[in-house]
Design a protein around this ligand. Structure first.
Ligand code: NAP
Length: 290
């Protein structure tokens, strides 16, 4: 069986390729599709097929997907409103043309209408269901790694961890998403299933702040701020409006409690428990302190 991965040149894609190999997948049975094949030269050297594929250039996609039995689609990182759904639909259409039998789509916990980022996942899920191919949906929670986009540094510098509401979130490490996806791809019986790849525990902003404080040995407490204050901080950091809108959308989703979802799906699929926030941060403590 040949497994294809789109977006293979990204961080989740790279982690997934390594997980597949670590779990005994044969390089010759993996097709890595990316906009930047040169980044995956080390995988090509191991015998993996590395092909060029860009959802913004749909004409070449069916050729890139040729011979693939199960295709895992990693969502694109394009946050411009209204762009991702057509990108993903182009990939689904090309997969059908190429004769792919089983689609696996990496969606998000809290896929829903009304917020562009979440809506693009919902619309993609619906296109996957309607595709006529077998399907599996893996909805992932938010990464612990997102803390490194400024929130952790801010918390350590000011003692305040900002959130727009007190609801807990069950975030997880990117590598645990990759491990679960690898287990899914190399396992059987997952057609027609919707999984939720979440952390093993849901943490309130106060609990997250306390964990950061314990790991780094500094007092850190949660600060519940308004949407306007949250967005203002992102704008002040120089982020463009559409990125601010997307990140605020995630914060609002969290504040409504929609990321307060804990399942056993990562452990079931990966064969191991997801790492805790404390363990994740402890493993990166030196790099942050440096
Ligand atoms: N759950 C979370 O907290 C969280 C956080 C950040 C991102 N995400 C989502 O998860 C995805 C994977 O995360 P990551 O950590 O691997 O992010 P990343 O390293 O920034 O990777 C970006 C991904 O987008 C793909 N991409 C961008 N434009 C594309 C296009 N025109 N056609 C096809 N693929 C395109 C890239 O594929 P190539 O470069 O290989 O072409 C790559 O897989 C992101 O794209 C984003 O949708 C989730």
């Amino acid at each position: 069986m040949t497994i294809g991965i789109t977006g293979a040149g990204g961080q989740l894609g790279g982690s997934l390729l390594n997980e597949l190999l670590a779990r005994g997948a044969k390089p010759g049975e993996i097709v890595a599709v990316t906009r930047t094949p040169e980044k995956l030269a080390a995988f090509a050297a191991k015998g993996m097929a590395v092909r060029s594929g860009d959802f913004d250039a749909p004409a070449g996609l069916a050729a890139a997907f040729k011979g693939i039995d199960t295709l895992l689609i990693i969502p694109t990182s394009d946050l411009r409103p209204g762009i991702r759904t057509p990108q993903h639909k182009a990939a689904i259409k090309a997969a059908k043309e190429a004769g792919v039998k089983h689609l696996v789509y990496v969606s998000t916990v809290a896929a829903r209408p009304g917020q562009d980022l979440m809506q693009s996942h919902l619309e993609t899920e619906q296109a996957v269901f309607a595709s006529g191919m077998k399907w599996t949906i893996a909805r992932m929670g938010m990464y612990f790694e997102n803390l490194f986009m400024g929130a952790l540094q801010h918390a350590l510098a000011t003692g305040h961890f900002g959130a727009t509401g007190p609801a807990p979130v069950a975030n997880l490490a990117r590598d645990d998403v990759a491990a679960a996806l690898a287990g899914l791809l190399l396992g059987s019986g997952h057609e027609g299933s919707v999984y939720h790849l979440t952390g093993g525990a849901s943490l309130t902003p106060a609990e997250t702040a306390a964990t950061v404080g314990q790991v780094f040995g500094k007092p850190v407490e949660a600060a519940i701020i308004t949407d306007e204050q949250y967005a203002g901080g992102l704008k002040a950091a120089g982020l463009p409006d559409f990125v601010v809108e997307a990140i605020l959308g995630i914060a609002q989703t969290a504040a409504k409690g929609m990321l307060d979802v804990v399942t056993g799906d990562v452990e079931r699929l990966a064969g191991r428990k997801p790492v805790t926030l404390a363990a994740f941060l402890s493993a990166r403590k030196q790099a942050v302190a440096a």
